[in-house]
Design a protein around this ligand. Structure first.
Ligand SMILES: Cc1ncc(C[n+]2csc(CCOP(=O)(O)OP(=O)(O)O)c2C)c(N)n1
Length: 558
């Protein structure tokens, strides 16, 4: 061996011994303790020969520290760096040199402690503290927290901290639906054994209603959306009011919608194909209006009417941008318009209210809807209705006051969907009163599903408007072809749907008297609160009146 090689070997030996703990003396002492002659002998005694590698590893001579570093650099140079586009927290980062040098490469900061003992490592603690203090300074927040945990565990720690600090009784924690899925998974795992429930939703919509001990919002969201969290943060603090009933709302159908669709000179449509069919509005005098259409489907543009301005993009982000722009311009009040709408609404309701309060028998279907609105908490309920008169009448008079409080006001839907809609709503919002309105045909399409709902104890209420037939489907409506197959139903004496629901576990009632409508709905909702679904069958009149769709010539009617 040359002198040079020997020097390198010495360096290698010291390098190896710095990284492999036991010295030859230590090894000898340990062998003596276990009474083995050598390491080789120990291995033969403890390991079956069949799994022992016969030839030694072909590693070559040990490297010195300098050589090892050079080798590692060589290997690292083979890495190819790509831009990550998977999102969900795996985004690109920039490490300013000043941070790298003074924090990461600062020996006062990095110590031999493992990353799982950050609290012992004074240097790291100090860095975290500095970082927190900087975030407080920059944001003006009272507290900030930094940790060396992964994001999911940090979120779970924050939740636990919130629970310990919370003064409220609630054991639910709100989680922004925009958190990364891996974060949500860790939160779920942590919350479950502690008996806390997670309410996952859109902070702008769901947080105000949620009774929670705290909440986790993510910015930017997992989808990359940059949302303004101010309203959500204010909600958590103040449980303040969120505007629910807007004085500028003109409803979705009937004379008021008709009036303003005719009158408007600018029409801003969001998420609509603007395709007039049998079950939707047409746009009267489209050539006299500026049509702005926001959609994600470019085939909708210029489809039936000239789209003057196309906004191809997400409805939520578009609305946020619109709100930001209008807020920046400042409020512009038009009391005349507000008054016109208020009066129009009054006139519209003057037609329907008498039916909603009617004492006639058979019960007027609007009486059921009117009493339903009295029984429900409008800020904490979900209502939907099935195809047919039930949809047309419910969407005419029911005033949805909260986002996602009503589904299916418009276009044709598959009979039976309202039950699934109510079940879905109940699963998503367990604390809400979830009610669906259906006719006779609708119930028949749902039948197979009632048993499972009772079995799973899903507390929803079915309001069955039994008007003795499939309204509008008498002979001739769609041509003579389907008569008599689709429009006749058995009378109540021979086919009681409430009995059917009762037999599979629902709470159920037949209601024939108008005065019994409200008490029956209240009883049903009480049962729902105990986790039992309810079915109320109302023996109603055939009353095919509802607010119409807007038509350029015939008008909306009613
Ligand atoms: C699966 C399905 N089939 C057919 C239709 C067409 N359709 C819409 S309403 C309706 C009749 C509804 O009758 P009913 O449920 O008794 O309610 P009513 O109109 O009498 O209030 C039919 C057959 C549909 N929407 N879905």
């Amino acid at each position: 061996m040359t002198a040079e090689r020997k020097a390198a070997n010495d360096a290698a030996t010291t390098f190896v011994s710095r990284h492999i703990g036991p010295s030859p003396r230590d090894v000898a002492a340990m062998l003596e303790t276990v009474r083995a002659k050598s390491l080789e002998a120990l291995m033969s005694e403890t390991m079956p020969a069949s799994i022992r590698q016969k030839a030694p590893l072909d590693l070559g001579p040990a490297l010195s520290e300098t050589e090892a570093l050079a080798h590692m650099r060589e290997l690292a140079a083979q890495n190819q760096t790509f831009t990550s586009l998977i999102g969900q927290g795996y985004s690109g980062t920039t490490l300013p040199a000043v941070i790298q040098r003074n924090i990461l490469e600062n020996p006062a900061w990095y110590t031999a402690y493992t990353p799982y003992q950050p609290e012992i490592s004074q240097g790291r603690l100090e860095a975290l503290f500095n970082f927190q203090a900087m975030i407080c300074d920059l944001t003006g927040l009272d507290v900030a927290n930094a940790s060396l945990l992964d994001e999911g565990t940090a979120a779970a720690e924050a939740m636990a901290l919130a629970e310990r600090a919370s003064q409220v009784k609630a054991k639910s924690f709100f989680v922004d639906a925009e958190v990364h899925p891996q974060t949500l998974a860790v939160l779920r795992t942590r919350a479950e054994p502690l008996g806390w429930s997670l309410i996952v939703g859109d902070p702008a919509i769901d947080l105000e209603k949620a009774d929670v001990l705290g909440g986790l919002l993510q910015y930017p969201g997992s989808s990359g959306a940059l949302r303004d969290p101010r309203a959500a943060i204010a909600t958590l603090k103040a449980k303040g009011a969120f505007p629910e009933n807007h004085p500028l709302s003109v409803g979705v159908r009937g004379s008021l919608a008709d009036h303003f669709l005719n009158k408007c000179d600018l029409l801003f449509s969001i998420g609509s194909s603007l395709f007039p069919n049998r079950f939707s509005h047409a746009i009267p005098s489209p050539d006299k209006k500026t049509i702005i259409q926001c959609t994600v489907d470019t085939l909708d543009l210029n489809r039936s009417y000239e789209t003057r301005h196309a906004v191809v993009g997400d409805a939520k982000l578009t609305l946020q941008a619109l709100i930001a722009e209008l807020s920046a311009r400042g409020p512009k009040k038009n009391p005349g318009l507000v008054e016109e709408i208020r009066k129009g609404k009054e006139a519209f309701m003057a037609k329907f209210r008498p039916w909603m309060e009617s004492n006639e028998t058979p019960i007027n279907p609007y009486r059921v809807l009117g009493d339903m609105m009295k029984a429900l908490d409008p800020k904490n309920s979900f209502v939907t209705a099935d195809s047919g008169n039930t949809r047309d009448q419910t969407s005419t008079v029911y005033e949805a006051q909260i986002p996602r409080g009503h589904l299916g006001w418009g276009n044709v839907s598959t009979l039976g969907f309202s039950l699934a809609g109510a079940v879905g709503a109940k699963l998503a919002f367990p604390d809400r009163q979830c009610v669906h309105v259906t006719g006779d045909a609708g119930v028949c399409y749902m039948m197979g599903n009632f048993e499972a709902i009772a079995r799973y104890k899903i507390g929803i209420t079915t309001l069955h408007i039994n008007n003795g037939g499939y309204s509008g489907y008498g002979p001739g409506f769609w041509g003579g072809g389907h008569d008599p197959y689709t429009w006749k139903v058995s009378d109540h004496a021979s086919a009681c749907m409430a009995n059917m629901a009762k037999s599979v576990g629902f709470y159920s009632e037949d209601v024939t008297k108008p005065a019994e409508v409200l008490p029956a709905i209240k009883r049903a909702l009480d049962e729902n609160a105990k986790g039992r679904p309810a079915f109320l069958e109302f023996i109603c009149s055939h009353h095919p009146v509802h607010g119409g769709w807007v038509r350029p010539v015939a008008g909306g009617g009613h």
